[in-house]
Design a protein. Structure first.
Lengths: 112, 115
């Protein structure tokens, strides 16, 4: 089983839709969970950063972590064409082990 | 907002040649990282660096790779003798601390093409 698996894409939605992006993981040592957004020819841009289980909201974005199920989600409300990008989930353990393990990414297209 | 900058944006090199990729991390950050992304694949960790030494490296980071912080602002990745399979996007990242409550911020990458 791969350490981090992300729903395959691509995903196309109409403007204004609610988008749900998901990742599962197998390593119980992961404690910190991130979502990065990557536009074409750009580097990953940090969107959300959460610790352990629970929800975190930032504007139209909500990150959800369920450690018991080893499942994380990113919800985008009122999606906009400017949200069209590739979304990467990433996670890391606690302490000195600082490397990020990424999902493969999903490409989202929001149609006007 | 401070950002990580990488140069060049695209590097084309003949197989067997040495290449140096350059990064300027965010100025008050102390931990530095290199990742790579082969076309169509996941972003993969290569190496982390703190206090002028490697903290952790992946199995990808073999003897052909080295990192250096030659001065107070630059952080470089050197590939000694490039192979075709080294073709990828290389991302530099930095964080304020290595502890897990500090996120890593990424540059826009260098696209390395080996001919």
């Amino acid at each position: 089983q791969k350490e981090v698996e992300q729903d395959p894409g691509p995903l196309s939605v109409p403007e204004g839709a609610i988008v749900s992006l998901n990742c599962t993981y197998s390593n119980s040592a992961f404690q910190y969970f991130m979502w990065y957004r990557q536009y074409s020819r750009k580097g990953p841009e940090l969107l959300m950063y959460t610790y352990s289980s629970g929800n975190k909201e930032d504007g139209r974005f909500t990150a959800q972590v369920d450690k018991s199920s080893k499942y994380i989600s990113l919800f985008i409300r009122d999606s906009q064409p400017s949200d069209s990008a590739t979304y990467l989930c990433a996670m890391r353990g606690s302490g000195a082990n600082s490397k990020l393990t990424f999902g493969k990414g999903i490409t989202l297209s929001v149609r006007p | 907002e401070p950002e990580v900058t990488q140069t060049p944006s695209h590097q084309v090199t003949q197989m067997g040649q040495e290449v140096i990729l350059r990064c300027v991390p965010i100025s008050n950050h102390l931990y530095f990282y290199w990742y790579r992304q082969i076309l169509g694949q996941k972003v993969e960790f290569l190496v982390s660096f703190y206090n002028n030494e490697i903290s952790e490296k992946s199995e990808i980071f073999d003897d052909q790779f080295s990192v250096e912080r030659p001065d107070g602002s630059n952080f470089t990745l050197k590939i000694r003798s490039t192979k075709l399979e080294d073709s990828a996007m290389y991302f530099c990242a930095s964080s304020r601390q290595g502890m897990s409550n500090q996120p890593q911020h990424f540059g826009d990458g260098t696209r390395l093409s080996i001919l």
